[in-house]
Design a protein around this ligand. Sequence first.
Ligand code: MEV
Length: 428
Amino acid sequence: MPKTINGFSKLSKEEKIEWIANHMFSDAQEAVKVLKRYWNTDEKLQKLHDDFVENTLSNYYLPFSVVPNVIINDKIYTVPMVIEESSVVAAASLTTKFWSKRGGFKAEVISTVKVGQVHFMFEGDKNVLINYFKSKKSSLLLATKSITQNMEKRGGGIIDIELRDKTTDLTNYYQLHVTFETADSMGANFINTCLETIANEFKTDDIHVVMSILSNYVPECLVRAEVSCRVEELYKEDAVYYANKFLQAVQIAQIEPFRAVTHNKGIMNGIDAVVLATGNDFRAVEAGVHAYAAKSGVYKSLTNCSIENGVFKFWIEVPLALGTVGGLTSLHPLSKFSLEMMQHPSAKELMQIVAVIGLAQNFAALKALTTKGIQHGHMKMHLNNIIKQLNASEEETNILLAYFKNKTISHNAVRDAFNQLKETGELL
Ligand code: MEV
């Protein structure tokens, strides 16, 4: 039976596993075996992963895949993706190959400004506060000099500090709204250290600092990616009809939040997978992207589409605060590998790559949804997974794949067909 425990974090890894196995599992030995099967035999590597977080018991595998043939601004990339959902990598690969034959993707970084805030309460006269802030601003910047020096050498630093009056929304509430440039690092630690130093320098007996923290809402850290071609190049048959259906699918996601959420989820399939593979913070990206999708007050599609004078254009604008130095990017051997595979991109270049994969994912989903339907491709992957679970031989697999080419796929149907094949040696 599950139990509570004091001092769990003080136990050794072996003791933690033993305690969990003995208290939560009917077969303790088997539970220990499952956890240890995923340990790396290279002890140094295992220790590296153990030390990323607390209470580590084992490793949790996800597939590390790649998408070749990604052409962005005439440069070719092989892009890493870490994701468990079948079809996502296949869809990205097909789409990037498709566009590689139509000029590739164009991408540009619009801006790279990041934000942090010192949230504080002040009960006194607003004009006194404004004058105090004005008199203090240069010493706030000076106080952070030792932290910003290195960042400034890399072209980053604090852009500005602004006093913001939020008292109409919350009594006595003000902010120091600080903008940052963090060059090739995501900059979370840098921003938070600067903010805490600023807060310390700014506070008085009358200024009560509530908290100092970066914002993951980064509407000014924006990248745009785009593809375009003549409508007739999009589909083998009925191009105008299907291109219009595609456009309508995007228009629906522009006005209907129920659809927009799923539409954007498909985009995030691609974005998160590259963000994870490169050791970036996918929760920060998720939070910022969805807030951006709702910036007008209505949750909307992140992508746009137009058909004008026979030219199809499809684009995405998305906020992405990413880093290619620091944090996990240089600690996790596979993140390092990912960045080297992409020829050591700058943070700006990585923003473009990630946006492109998001756009490619959405293109694949919309193309499937407005033609054969999404289940067609999904079910093919699903069929492969079911066959694998049944431990079918290579010959049996080929017979089953051929048999289900034009049939509805379900777990039961595949299992029944497999049993019939086993019993009779054929499938009719
Ligand atoms: C599934 O993970 C993603 C899709 O639902 C996205 C979409 O509907 O656009 C296929």
